[in-house]
Design a binder for this molecule. Sequence first.
Ligand SMILES: Cc1ncc(COP(=O)(O)O)c(C=O)c1O
Length: 386
Amino acid sequence: MMSSTSIPFGKPMLDQDEIDAVVKVLQGPQLVHGQVTRDFEAAFAERAGSAHAISVSSCTAGLHLSLFAQDVGPGDEVVVPAFTHVATAHAAEYCQAKPIFVDVQADTGNIDPDGIADAVTDATRAVTVVHFLGLPCEMDEINAIADKAGAFVVEDCAIALDATYGNRKVGNFGATGCFSFYPVKHMTTIEGGMMTTNDDELAATLRQRKAFGYDKMLGQRAKPGIYDVNVLGYNYRMNEVEAAVGLTQMSKLDGFQAQRAANFKSLKAVLSEIDEVTVFESTRGKAQATYYCLNAVMPEDGSVDRDTVVAELNAQGIGTSVHYPGAVPLMTYYREKYGYKTGQFPVSEWLADQTVSLPVGPHLAEGDAERIGNAVKQAVRAAKRT
Ligand SMILES: Cc1ncc(COP(=O)(O)O)c(C=O)c1O
């Protein structure tokens, strides 16, 4: 008989270690600008293989800062994938630049390099790519196109922590890489994000512009409280409590990642028995994915009703999500502002309607991946349109 315990889509893996680390910060004198944040940044930079890691209050803040700190502004264009979280496109909007949407590849969900080549113009300042569900984009091709166009690249690594392209981790292929520590991501700081860069000058600019544009940080001020502001900046800092959670999570990250990979493999094995379901590859060329969730893609001909699959799974206590619920240019804000029409981004539109994201996180218990796979079998049968 099937267990009735429900399996959430994602669950933060926090225990006494994080609680102790947080309590220690709360009992100490320093809640921002502290050593814990510096230690977290150093540990992250080392793991990512990047010269610099700069903590921020969210991945969205990092995406915005990546553009803002490099003076993207009105009249500029930023190429973004049509299939992503809105944050990727919003970052360009915050700068009053125009997001130029490019459709994604049907077999990876990643931005199509040919589409980027078609989309760049003299006004293109940046190309933001999203490593969709952990599979790195084709960075050699994309960097060549961006270089030729005189644009810089931003990597949105929100759901691709530790993924590799060749022998390097994501976050090292653009001017900046931006990571998310939202509660159900590979690791969490509650809210929070990290930026990576290998450019020393840009790192200094990012640090200044994430903190109001102060010319001197707290520890650099000859007279306490005295500073000047010579550029515009935001308050996008991460606090010490979040950093303490993050640093503790990092010590467990190898285990989390291994568990995710094992769960993905077990779930994919069961799904391979279902003719109607396609699962994206986890390796392609130089790209090796890490595993955020597993997207089960229903047939293009619409013969299986995705919403019924979701309803059936949820009724069996299996949490699901959708990555992503719509092509971003067709979301009301962008459609109304720029006049995009249904049918302009066919792959993104199809994926948005025909995929269901299944859990593979380290919260899954022994046998859960098989249970999820078997539930999908039953749900797909129930969702077949006759
Ligand atoms: C691709 C992508 N970029 C950015 C974000 C936003 O991340 P955050 O919530 O840390 O701002 C998300 C959130 O899920 C995402 O999936």
